[in-house]
Structure formats: C-alpha cells, structure tokens
Ligand binder design. Structure first.
Ligand SMILES: [Zn+2]
Ligand SMILES: [Zn+2]
Length: 253
C-alpha cells in the first residue's frame, strides 16, 4: 500500500509528537486528536487557577478587589519567596492525574504539565536567571527512580531556554514524608533540611531563581528551599508549581 507524501509527513509528525506527549488524554488516556491535552470530559473537571489571586502566594480569590491583593496568610507572615504561581487546584479531579505522575511512573505526563506551567508562569520564567527543582533525598530518589520536580524543571528549561540546574539544592537529611502532617509540623519537618550544592554556590550571587515543584501544599517545603537560596546569596526566588492545595485557612488571620 502506498501513502502520499503528505500522509507520510503527517505520520512522522504524529509519531514525533507521540514520543513527547502521551497519545491519549493526559488524565484518562481516552484517545484525543491533539496529544498533550485533556479530553473533552476531563478538561472541564479541572479547576484552573487564574486571577484574581494573592499577589504573593497565588491563593485564588472569589472576587477582584483591586490590584496587588494579598491573602491573610501572607499579610500575617510574608514568605521568603516573592511570588508563587500554580496551574491547577489540587482537588478530587486532579489528584489521580498528579499522583499517577508522582508515584506511578507516568513520567510521560511531564512535557504536558510543563507546557501548562510555562503558560501559567510566563512572567516568572521570563524574570528568572536559573530554574531549579525542589530536591528529593537520595534514598527517596532511589526508591522512586526519578525526581518529578526535576523532570518538570528540565522540560521548562527546554521550553524557555533558561538554564536549569537540577542539583542546585540538596537535601541534607532524610525528612519524613510531609503527608499526614499538620501545617505547623510540615514547617518544622523541613526546617534546615536543604543546602546549596557547594559545587554550585559560586554561581548564585545576585541571581533570580525560579523554584519548581509538582504540588504546593502548605508551602513549607518551598519556604525552606527559598530561605536556603536567599541565605546563599540569591537575590530573588519565585515558585512555580503544577498544582496547589487551596485551603480556606488562607483567608483568615
Ligand atoms: Zn480524559
Ligand atoms: Zn498569599
């Protein structure tokens, strides 16, 4: 059977895209026309975070009440980072998709997630000098076989042309997993857990770093990482995550 040149090119393009993006819906694997997307059923289920939101931590607000709005949590205590932004709300609809990526080797979701992060965090990406991921401890890295945040950082570097330094931060000791801990316990658990990789330290003075993680829960991990970077001479840290937990607690002091 012979195929036309156009069909062949289309086939080659599609094969190349399939190599980057999973061929089906990123969430449910339902066949879709354009790879790297959600199907028509999954798309409206997700909650995309858009303005109005807290100018610092990105906590979404119901109503717009003027520019530069700050949530109660940030007013009470400003974080070490300048701005945090996220693509999706972490909820019933997005949980399986994110946990599948984090724990079940669904690593082919990384290019899609990164593309959405690139769109949602374009201002932060344009304003940074270096992209770096939240590190996993070596023991956890061996067990999980990949650092899901490093994969997102690498993809974002490809999309933006900004350099990613994947080993910029290191975990000094093995902290217990943050799951199941209260917000206060999470901050205590990761305090002092990170260090700057000594071989990278001289690159940092006066730079603007964009810190990447998959989920922002209480912000304890990115806060500990941001403090470490700033103590190491970084001028500014912004945070870009794929998703974030949205708690009512942010709205009350
Ligand atoms: Zn779907
Ligand atoms: Zn805030």
């Amino acid at each position: 059977m012979s195929i036309s040149a156009r069909q062949l090119i289309t086939h080659i393009q599609k094969t190349a895209l399939d190599a980057v993006f999973p061929p089906g819906c990123v969430n449910c694997a339902e066949p879709i026309d354009s790879p790297g997307n959600l199907c028509g059923r999954c798309w409206p289920e997700m909650t995309y975070i858009s303005a109005p939101f807290c100018n610092i931590c990105g906590y979404p607000f119901e109503y717009h009440a003027g520019d530069d709005m700050i949530c109660a949590a940030c007013l009470k205590r400003a974080p070490a980072y300048s701005k945090a932004r996220a693509v999706l709300k972490y909820d019933e609809a997005s949980r399986e998709m994110i946990l599948g990526y984090k724990h079940s080797d669904q690593t082919n979701r990384a290019p899609t997630f990164a593309q959405w992060m690139h769109r949602a965090g374009l201002n932060l990406i344009n304003g940074c000098d270096i992209i770096c991921p939240v590190p996993l401890h070596r023991q956890r890295l061996i067990r999980r076989r990949f650092n899901q945040s490093a994969m997102l950082a690498r993809e974002l570097s490809k999309l933006s042309g900004k350099p990613a330094i994947l080993d910029l931060l290191i975990r000094k000791h093995h902290t217990r997993t943050q799951g199941g801990l209260s917000a206060r316990a999470r901050f205590r658990n990761v305090r002092g857990a990170f260090d700057i990789n000594p071989t990278r330290a001289k690159l940092l003075e006066g730079t603007r770093v964009l810190l990447i993680d998959d989920v922002l829960t209480t912000g304890a991990t990115v806060e500990a990482c941001s403090k470490t970077l700033i103590d190491g001479g970084v001028q500014n840290v912004d945070v870009l995550t794929f998703s974030r937990v949205v708690r009512a607690a942010n709205t009350t002091i």
